[in-house]
Each structure stands twice: as C-alpha cells, then as structure tokens.
Design a binder for this molecule. Structure first.
Ligand SMILES: *[C@@H]1O[C@H](CO)[C@@H](O)[C@H](O)[C@H]1NC(C)=O
Ligand SMILES: *[C@@H]1O[C@H](CO)[C@@H](O)[C@H](O)[C@H]1NC(C)=O
Ligand SMILES: *[C@@H]1O[C@H](CO)[C@@H](O)[C@H](O)[C@H]1NC(C)=O
Ligand SMILES: *[C@@H]1O[C@H](CO)[C@@H](O)[C@H](O)[C@H]1NC(C)=O
Length: 962
C-alpha cells in the first residue's frame, strides 16, 4: 500500500528517478522478506521451524520434527568447528552434541559426542544411529550442517531424547578454529526452544506484558551471618483486591551467598504472626516455624525470571491469600564476614480476569528432615508418594500440568514424577536427567493431564560417592532436598501431596509413614493412613530407558572409559581418569600393567625421560601368586629406588594367572610428583615403559634390586579419551568401555594418525610400488644390461639407470620410513633391511666410478670392483626379498603377493641367469686373454679417449659392472 502510494507519487515527478527508487525499494523488500538468512548454506525450505540461538542472529537453528527422527539444521557465521547440543537443563552435562569441523585434509568431519560433565564431550560409541549427517558446509566465513537425530535414544545412558512435542534446551558453541576444544567465552550459549507446534513463548525468560502493574517484595538489608546455613523470614502483604493474578516474576540482583528464595502463600495465617509485618528479617530459623505452606514461587541458581504463557495467571487476593512469607537461604561455608544483602523479587500482576488460573502443587519430601541417603553411592534414590486419597480432591475433570520445577541440592543427578493410574505406570509427568544445581529452571511440559485417583511418585536421585557418612535431608545446602513444584490449571485447593514419617509415639494418631494432603481450605494438613503407601515405590525405575540393565545400574554419571595401548605385542598398558579427577585436575587415576611372566619386571612411567620420571614397576610377589607394585624414581642412569611419596595402591583384579602378571593401580598424586607434573586432561601426555626379560623376582619388597632394562620406549596417551566414570577400579567394572589405541610415539606417529585410512593405504601402496619398481625393475635391468648388452655408452647408461633407480628407491624409502614411524615398524626386519639398503646403495655410484677408473687402468677386477659388484648383487636380491617381507607386513592381498612373487621371481631368474652367463662369458674370455688382449685393450683405450672427448661410453668395460 505504502509502496504503491510512494510509487505513484514519484511517477508524477520524474519517471527515471522513480524507477530507480522503486528498484531500490524492491531490492530492500526482497532482502527483508528473506529475513536476511541468505547466508545460511543449506536449503531452509526443508524445515518448518527456525530460531536464532544468539542475540545477533549469527547462529541459526532450523528443525522439522518427525515421528521417528527429526531433522535439524544449524548455521553459524564462523569458519571453524560448530557444535549443537541437545541438553536436559541447558548445561553441558548429559548433552548429545552434533559437531562438525574440517580435518587437516580439508575434509568435513561430523561427530556424535556426549558430554559427561563440563569437560570436552567425548566421541560417542554410536556414530551411526543417534545422529546422521545429511550435508555440511564450511566456506566464506560460514559453517552449517543438516543432520537427523532419533527422537528416542537407544540408550539413555549415553544419549538423550529429543523433546519433539515440548521444549528442548539447545546449547551451542562455535569457533573460527577447526580444533574442537574449549570454546572461547562468548562463542557459546543456550536457548530453550519449543520444537513442536503450538505455544512459542518460553516460561524461562523475562518479557514485557502490556497493561500490568508490578510490586516488589523486599527483605530489608541484612548482614549475612557467618554461620554456614541461615534461613531468614519476612512477612509481606500482597497488593489489595479480591482476585489478582501474577503474570511474571523477576528476581533482582542479590548476594552470591544467596542459595535460594522461596515465597510461600499464607492461608489462614494465625494472628500471632501479624506483627512480623514490616519487621527486620527473622533469621532464627532453628526455632522459627513457618506457618505458610502454599507455594508461590522459588528462585534458585541458574534461573532467569519467568513470564507465564499469555492468558495464564496465578491467583492471589482476599479470595485466596493476602500474605506471603519470603524465605531467603544463605549459604556461607567460608564464614565470610560483613556481606550485606537486600533480597527482592518483583512481580507483574493484573486485577483483570485471566483465561487460565494456574495453581502450584508441591510434591516431594515436604518433611525436609528426618530422612537419609546412603553414602558412597554413585546413584541413590529417594522417593515420596502422593496418594489417590489426595488427588481425589481435584476437580472431577482432573488437572493439566504445564510446568514442573525440580529442586535438589549439590548431589542431585536425576529427578522424575511418575504417574500410576489404575495400578499401571503411564508416561511420566516429567523426567529430568543430569540435573545441575547451577542450571535450575521451570521445565515446560506438553500439557500433561492428571486425573483424580492418580498416584504420583516423586523420585530424586543423588550422587553420594563423595560422602563417607549418610547424608541427611534438611535445610542446609550441604544436606539434601527433593521437591517437584508442579504448575497446573485450573487452580484448586490442593497445595501439597506427599507422605510423612511420623515416627512411633503414643501421641501420634498414626505410627510410621502417613500420607499427607494439604489444602488451602483447611487449617491444618490432613494426615492419614493409606494403603497406597504400603506398595513398593522406592526405586521404581524410570520408564523409557532401553539401556541394558547393567548399564543402568552402573550409574548415570558415566561409564569409565579406559584407554588401552600395547607398545609391544605381549605388553599392554591401560589408563582411566575418573570424571572428577579430570574436571578438578587432581585426584585419583587408574592404570593397569599387563605382561607375561617371562619378564622379570615391567614398568610404566610418566615423563619423557627415565630420569625424573614417575615410575611404577610390577614384578612377581614372594608367593609367586600376586604382583608387587613398586613406585620408583631415579635422578640419573642409576637403578631407580622406591618412591615413598607415591600415593598408590594395588587393586582387586591384580595377580598372576594364565602366565600373565597384571597390576591394577590407583594413583592419588599422579598429576604431580617430585620432579614433574602431568595434566590429567592432557591430549598428548608422555609415558614411558621399560622391561627386563628374565626369571621372576618373587619379592614383596617394593625396593627389591632389579636388573637394568633391556628395552625401553615411549608413547603418548590422549587422556581425554580415557576420561569417565566415578572414582572406582575401572578394570573390574563390567560397564567400562575400553578404547584400544596403537601406541603413539611423538610427531611422526601423530602426523601418520591424522591421515585418513584411505590416505594411509595409498601411502603404503605408493611406497610398495616405488620400492619394487627400483628393486624388481630398474636395478636388475641396469645390471642385466651391463652384463649382456653391448653398445657405446653402456657404462654411463648403466650408471644413469642405477642412479635413477636409487632416486626412485629414495622416494619409496622416505615414505616407508614415515609409515614405519607411524606404525612403530622401525624395528621390523623389513624396515631395517630397507634402511640398510638405502644407506649402502648411496655409495654404489662412487664405488662404481672408482671401480671403472681403476679397472681401466689395471684391466682387472680390484677390491673396488668386488665391492661394487657383490654389494649390487646381494643388495638387489635382498631388496627383492624385502619386497616380500613388506607385503607380509602390510598383510597385502593375495593377488598383490602373487603378482609380486611372479614378477620378482621372473626378474630374479633372469638376473641370476645374466650373472651366471656374464661370469661364464668372462671366465671364457679370461682364459683366452692373451690372444684376445690385443684386440680388447686398444678398443678400450680408444673408447676411453672418446669418453673424455665426446662423452660416449665404453662397450667393453661392461665386464665389471654387475
Ligand atoms: C513497575 O511499575 C512502574 C510504574 O508503574 C514502572 O516504572 C516500572 O518500570 C515497573 N517495573 C517493572 C519491572 O516492570
Ligand atoms: C565430589 O567432590 C569433587 C571434588 O571436590 C567435586 O568436584 C564434585 O562436585 C563432588 N561431587 C558431588 C556429587 O558433590
Ligand atoms: C503407636 O506406637 C506406640 C508405641 O509403639 C503405641 O503405644 C501406640 O498405641 C501406637 N499407635 C497406633 C495408632 O497404632
Ligand atoms: C593381589 O593383591 C591385591 C591387593 O592386595 C588384591 O586386591 C588382589 O585380590 C590380589 N590378587 C590375588 C590373585 O590374590
């Protein structure tokens, strides 16, 4: 409209000018309509959803959900790796990452990775099913790719589901570097995205709402007490009116010591509490009993503000509640003094009716105290039950849950609310995996319907592996909590539903566990005996996990990843760095030494040189049934001696059986020893090994005398690939995943390993082709020629051909050395023979030249001649044989072996035939030397003159050239 108007206006004045303006406007319009996303390197038409993941719109996510799998496209204005993660909480922990980067050969690589924590996500074992690349691009400062991901993970242990009908947390990271490593600050972020169709507004963000009022609840400034745990309470009156609705919440900036805020609704507040209004905070929490039990809202670390869906409101006012109790929890473990805090919370509200009245139901352990978690467990569950007697009080149509807030403290790992309807479990209300204390949020639900009579089981799972004593439930941060606050509609009177341990006493109306139902309409909670509590509810496993059972048991925090290397065929070493040690940089690591009893001792050491290395020796124990672990150090080339500073222990699974010694070792201070350090996250950590073959030492003495090593070597380990699992012996754990790597020993090895398998294959083929060309074709041809042919310039043709052959051999051998270095084949006979030939043949032209010059003078073979001839003959035959050894080493296909055998054999026969024929001819000539000399010498002399004059060769001195 406006455009048309503008156009007519212009056309009346200056036609040409208006045309230009119109064109410019059209171009502008086109650019606008395409939403400025033309830089995205793939077809955007294939998707039906798109959102910018960052504020500038430089990282764009596209999706199209399907029944079995969904398609995602991600593009970034950057020219290095790009990673998109599917996360449960917006944290990295437990996220499935799709990663694209360019390798050294400029090939685009796509990887499935899984993050076990805030560490570099590990390459997943499953590279085929979970996520599959469809297309990838990296050019002109843009990286983008399209991939498919299964909606339902095969195994929740190491993969995540796609929340295709609900909200999904996406995390991303990008770089202008192609090395996938720690992302730079700013080049990363998280976004909560609604993937399915329908509502498009995130609950977890601060948005402006038109025509709203606001009020702020302020806890007056206080000095945070120096004790670890403090709870403070202030009472506030809500804005006046019969019926108001909260529409949004904004927590305001507070002290870092603030652990959480809770706002409780006070229904039927007893008069004696009224004088708390307008008073200083009451921080005498151990004696203060909070009379307010309705739940309005909470803030916890990681949360932004919240804005309810349009049309949603949480009612308050004289018809509901007028007062709120504001609870602040300060955690001051370091006892900081003089920290001031003014906690406050701003609420947006309206006095106009809303379409949907939202209520909050408290599930979980409202008892807070009086329960305990078993210590030393990777995963320990705590469940509470909301019984049908209580849910029967819902409206007969039931309620619809729209979000849930799971709350635990530091040990929290997973949380869920399961629904039992008519005695059967149906799809859970919520299942949150990889809970992270620092990333708490209101989880949006895809409108889960709950019916009167449903039984709800709320379970929290904790990691108590750091604890040596049982962990109590309780108010302090160091204790644990288990809550699930469910927002639902329509709001009704049921505020909380759970169970309570009443203990046993004469005054109690019920002994033991009682069901509890709290209603806003009742003065006190309803405690009653329920048959539904007697059934087994503890540890009801989460539905939807198709992992093999043993994996589920081993704990969610991740399987131990063991890296295994055998630097020699019968000697192997393994390493594992527990998750915790990797992230903290210190702590236990685990390694294993394994070797036959034919070695009297075997050592693994950290470092690049034996002097100053942190050594661990293994030898047979006195009874010959176990091994002795002997940590040692040496400052020079003296016998290493016992290192008493080493914090090591020999673990279960160690011993001697089936002729092999095995030492499973835990080391508590392997990140730092007297003379060195090692990063527990190092991608190229240096290790050494040594051994001595011989009779068993049979000693329990960790300082037993040992004989000097007969072999030592070094290799590197990428410890990031050995990271995972909890701090337990990984070598006896069935769930451990082991990666075997060929020992990598420095630069050459690494550059070899970086090549693709195809390139490696090509290198091996080219090496083989060049070397056999030299030994099976060029060298013998040159030799046969000089033996059998007879023409002018033969000697120089021979020399030229052999020098050319040597050049070909040098190229082949160079490649060979590179390959042997990469595969640690340098000690193989094939490599040794090859390198020897390379060295010796270098002198052949000089030997040949001297021989030729001397021969011309003395007219008979000299030592120089035999040197040249014999070296040549032996060398060429050896080279032919070495080709066979090479084929064997490369496990070459039979067709290659046969072809080489036939050709080399044929050439060999011709060659040897030529030698014999030549020698025979020579012998014949020698016997008739006197007669023939007259004709031979002058010819030779004449040709030699030609030699210097015209540069042509001799035809008779070929005598000596083979
Ligand atoms: C609260 O209301 C006041 C006045 O009506 C306004 O100036 C202020 O920006 C509002 N605050 C928020 C957080 O909306
Ligand atoms: C256990 O201790 C380590 C090191 O102090 C810490 O990083 C980790 O978070 C702790 N784990 C739990 C579950 O608290
Ligand atoms: C609860 O246990 C106490 C002590 O064992 C007993 O005296 C009391 O009668 C019991 N009450 C009920 C309701 O069973
Ligand atoms: C060897 O010793 C370790 C550590 O004491 C022990 O755990 C292991 O069971 C022993 N092995 C055998 C075969 O006795």
């Amino acid at each position: 409209m406006l455009l048309a108007h503008y156009a007519t206006l212009l056309s009346r004045t200056n036609k040409f000018h208006s045309l230009l303006t119109l064109l410019a406007l059209a171009a502008f319009a086109v650019a606008q309509s395409s939403n400025d996303l033309d830089w995205v390197p793939f077809d955007r038409g294939q998707f039906n959803g798109n959102v910018a993941l960052d504020e500038e719109g430089n990282v764009q996510l596209f999706w199209k959900t399907g029944n079995e799998s969904s398609t995602f496209g991600v593009a970034s204005r950057s020219s290095g790796y790009l990673a998109l993660g599917f996360s449960e909480t917006g944290a990295m922990t437990g996220a499935d990452m799709a990663v694209v980067y360019k390798d050294q050969d400029d090939n685009l690589v796509f990887e499935n990775r899984h993050a076990e924590g805030f560490v570099t996500p590990q390459v997943s074992q499953d590279q085929e099913n979970n996520m599959r690349l469809q297309e990838g691009h990296q050019a002109n400062g843009v990286t983008g790719f399209v991939f498919e991901k299964q909606n339902k993970a095969d195994c929740l242990q190491t993969q995540v589901d796609v929340a295709k009908d609900a909200w999904q947390w996406f995390i991303y990271a990008f770089s202008d570097e192609n090395t996938f490593s720690q992302h730079a600050p700013g080049n990363m972020g998280k976004e909560y995205v609604k993937l399915g169709t329908g509502k498009s507004v995130s609950l977890n963000e601060v948005r402006d709402i038109d025509d709203t009022k606001n009020f702020t609840i302020v806890q007056p400034e206080l000095t945070v007490p120096t004790q670890t745990t403090t709870y403070c309470y202030t009472l506030h009156k809500m804005p006046a009116g019969n019926k108001n609705y909260l529409l949004g919440e904004r927590p305001n900036e507070s002290s870092e010591l603030l652990h959480h805020l809770v706002l409780y609704a006070c229904y039927g507040l007893p008069d004696e509490y009224m004088d708390m209004l307008g008073q200083e905070p009451n921080c005498d929490y151990e004696t203060f009993s909070n009379p307010c039990s309705g739940f309005v809202t909470e803030w916890a670390p990681g949360m932004s503000g919240r804005t309810f869906e349009p049309g949603y409101g949480k009612p308050f006012g004289t018809d509901y509640y007028e007062y709120v109790m504001f609870e602040t929890h300060y955690n001051n473990p370091e006892g900081l003094e003089g920290v001031k805090d003014t906690a406050s919370y701003t609420f947006l509200y309206t006095d106009q009716p809303v379409a949907t009245e939202i209520g909050t139901l408290t599930l979980g352990d409202i008892q807070v105290e009086g329960w305990f978690l078993e210590p030393g467990k990777e995963l320990v569950a705590h469940s509470t039950v909301c019984t049908p007697e209580c849910t029967d009080r819902w409206p007969s149509d039931g309620i619809t849950a729209v979000s849930v807030f799971h709350h635990m403290h530091y040990r929290g790992r997973n949380a869920r609310v399961q629904i039992i309807r008519d005695g059967k479990e149906i799809t859970p209300l919520s299942s949150l995996r990889d809970f992270d204390y620092g990333y708490q949020f209101s989880k949006s639900l895809d409108s889960v319907k709950l019916l009167p009579g449903d039984k709800l089981i709320t379970t929290c799972e904790y990691d108590t592996s750091n604890d040596t004593e049982r962990v109590p439930g309780g108010l302090p941060s160091q204790a644990e909590m288990c809550f699930a606050w469910v927002d639902y509609y329509p709001a009704n009177s049921v505020l909380a539903c759970s169970h309570f341990d009443m203990g046993e006493s004469a005054e109690n109306p019920i002994n033991g566990t009682a069901a509890i139902c709290l209603e806003s309409t009742a003065i006190s909670p309803d405690l009653y005996h329920s048959d539904f509590l007697t059934s087994s509810f503890q540890n009801l496993s989460a539905s939807g996990d198709t992992c093999p059972a043993e994996n589920t048991v081993s704990g969610v925090s991740g399987q131990a990843a063991v890296l295994n290397t055998c630097p020699e065929a019968d000697i192997c070493f393994s390493v594992n760095v527990p998750e915790q040690s990797a992230s903290s940089g210190t702590g236990d690591i685990y390694f294993q030494l394994s070797a036959p009893v034919t070695y009297s001792w075997v050592a693994l050491a950290q470092g690049t040189m034996m002097s100053n290395a942190n050594m661990f020796l293994m030898y047979s124990s006195a009874d010959g049934r176990n091994v002795t672990l002997s940590p040692r150090t040496t400052s020079g080339h003296t016998m290493p001696t016992f290192n008493e500073a080493a914090d090591v222990s020999l673990l279960e699974g160690s011993g001697i059986s089936d002729g092999r010694m095995t030492a499973n070792v835990r080391c508590g201070n392997c990140n730092r020893w007297d003379t060195g350090t090692m990063s527990l996250q190092g991608s190229n950590s240096d290790w050494l090994y040594a051994h001595h073959q011989g009779s068993p030492i049979n000693s329990d003495d960790a300082n037993a005398p040992i004989l000097q090593h007969d072999r030592q070597g070094g290799f590197q380990w990428d410890l990031s690939r050995a990271t995972g699992g909890s701090d337990t012996n990984p070598f006896t754990d069935a769930a451990t995943t082991t990666t075997t790597t060929s020992p990598s020993a420095g630069e050459g090895q690494q550059s070899w390993e970086r090549l693709s398998t195809q390139t490696q294959m090509r290198f091996v083929q080219v090496h083989g082709t060049l070397a056999s060309l030299a030994f099976v074709a060029i060298f013998p041809t040159g030799a046969i020629l000089v033996r059998l042919a007879s023409f002018r310039g033969l000697v120089w043709t021979h020399g030229g051909l052999q020098v050319f052959g040597y050049a070909v051999f040098v190229a082949g051998a160079g490649l060979g050395i590179f390959i042997a270095n990469g595969l640690d084949y340098l000690r193989e006979p094939h490599a040794i023979i090859g390198m020897t030939l390379l060295g010796i043949f270098f002198f052949m032209p000089f030997l040949g030249l001297i021989h030729h010059k001397v021969y011309k003078k003395v007219q008979s073979r000299t030592l120089w001649s035999y040197g040249h001839i014999l070296t040549g003959r032996i060398g060429v035959i050896l080279g032919m044989i070495n080709g066979g050894l090479g084929l064997q080493l490369a496990h070459a296909r039979t067709s290659y072996v046969v072809a080489y055998g036939v050709f080399a054999g044929l050439m060999g026969v011709v060659y040897i035939g030529a030698i014999i024929f030549g020698e025979y001819k020579r012998a014949g000539r020698s016997s008739g030397k006197a007669a023939a000399s007259a004709s031979v010498y002058p010819e030779s002399k004449r040709l030699d003159r030609d030699d210097s004059g015209s540069g042509s060769g001799s035809s008779s001195s070929h005598e000596t050239a083979i």
